[in-house]
Design a protein around this ligand. Structure first.
Ligand code: F6P
Length: 412
């Protein structure tokens, strides 16, 4: 059988603890399927436009390297937040992309990313069809935010949820130990932009030996600061330490991000997303002022998406599966699609890869359903917990060298 031509893969958007497991799945499946070269674009489509790419066989030499890659956080190839202009705005960019693809004899283009990155797959596959190019364009889901439509969940979410729930347990214990004869309020700030999936995952901290967070606020429900103050003061009458989880994206009823109440950052990315940070700091200062008690703000920030030492085995395996499924789909002639994860059963938990039209996924946000948040908007329901729980199961132990996890590093 003649060797197939080449394939190229890129990573885009905010990284996760398992984004490289998808890359490993792409590489391994492409090799098994007989593709000649597997290229990796550096810093996604933005780097590709500067002709930045590597032949992945110069980076991955053995099955051991594949295993190491699966345990390596952040985007091994480098990522980007780059919005492709519309075709009519800048046809030259498209001509350039396709001339590089032709030069490299690329048959399939795989992009691992979230809803903004799927916009790239949508635009490139549309252009290829209109202009009669034969390359196939496939998306592989990825985001800790879990806000992609039509997939049960996204790779990266389960591991971030596991890290967040674990950290919540640890923070609760830390605060409890120090609250003898004094009150203490801890506010934890969790990523997720306009979707509260990750913040809701703090509820998993409620176990036999841990009471879990006292209050949980998702961005799906308008945040009323006075009701919040009353809830906190009522709780402090009953217990000396309270821990509150807030999403970075909570907004007041008039639509203002809480993090912008104290100024916040003016930074806006190519997709128009404001940088959201400072929600916990704002609320901790507000509560310290109103109650006179000690407060602390804990911003989990990038730790929650890079904690590969706390990755979930389910998540690593699914990330690998969807990477491989994208190569299979492209090889079988699909284009303009994204691989999704279908939940086959809850008990025992089982999932399978499916595939959907990327036009229905790009630029959409899947939010937490309102009926998975309690009526007063200060906690998540048991249905929410049942949905997340299977996704944090199992470990994927890092390879430890001299007491620290080892990672695979790009060599040029
Ligand atoms: O896209 C995932 C995400 O982690 C969001 O939850 C968060 O708002 C954003 O990335 C932060 O991105 P950056 O690190 O580029 O500021």
């Amino acid at each position: 059988m003649a060797k197939k031509r080449n394939i190229i893969v890129g990573q885009s958007g905010g990284p996760t603890a398992v984004i490289n497991s998808s890359l490993a799945g792409v590489y391994k499946t492409a090799k098994e399927r007989g593709f000649h070269k597997v290229y990796g674009m550096l810093h996604g489509i933005e780097g590709f436009l500067d002709e930045m790419y590597v032949d992945l066989s110069t980076q991955i030499h053995s099955d051991m390297d594949i295993e190491l890659l699966k345990r390596t956080p952040s985007a091994f190839l480098g990522s980007c937040r780059y919005k492709l202009p519309d075709i009519h705005e800048n046809p030259e960019i498209y001509e350039k992309i396709f001339s590089i693809l032709d030069k490299l004899q690329i048959e399939a283009f795989i992009y691992i990313g979230g809803n903004d990155s799927m916009d790239t797959i949508k635009k490139l596959s549309d252009y290829a069809i209109v202009k009669g190019h034969s390359q196939k364009f496939l998306g592989v889901p990825k985001t800790i935010d879990n806000d992609l439509a039509l997939t049960d969940h996204t790779p990266g979410f389960g591991s971030a949820a596991k890290y967040i729930a674990t950290s919540t347990k640890e923070v609760i214990r830390d605060a409890m130990g120090l609250s003898y004869k004094r009150k203490m309020i801890t506010i934890m700030e969790i990523m997720g932009r306009n979707a509260g999936w990750l913040t809701g995952a703090t509820a998993l901290a409620k176990t036999e030996e841990c009471c879990g967070p006292d209050l949980i606020y998702l961005p799906e429900v308008p945040f009323d600061i006075e009701k919040f103050l009353k809830k906190c003061t009522d709780l402090l009458k009953k217990k000396s330490s309270i821990v509150v989880a807030v999403s970075e994206g909570i907004k007041t009823p008039d639509g203002t991000y809480v993090c912008q109440l104290s100024g916040g950052s003016d930074y806006v990315d190519a997709f128009g997303h404001a940088q959201l940070a400072g929600t916990a700091a704002y609320l901790a200062a507000y509560l310290a002022d109103k109650t006179g008690h000690k407060t602390r703000a804990v911003e989990l920030s990038t730790l929650q998406r890079s904690a590969s030492h706390m990755a979930s085995r389910v998540d690593i395996n699914e990330a690998f599966m969807v990477g491989g499924a994208a190569v299979e789909a492209a090889d079988e002639g699909d284009t303009g699609k994204m691989v999704v994860i279908d939940r086959v059963s809850d008990d025992p938990y089982m999932s399978a890869a499916g595939i959907y039209d990327v036009h229905k996924i790009a630029n959409n946000e899947k939010l937490v359903p309102r009926n998975w948040v309690t009526r007063d908007g200060s906690y998540v329901t048991q249905d929410f917990i049942n949905y997340v729980e299977p996704l944090i199961q199992g470990d994927y132990q890092p390879f430890m060298v001299n007491g620290l996890p080892q990672h695979l590093v790009l060599r040029r």
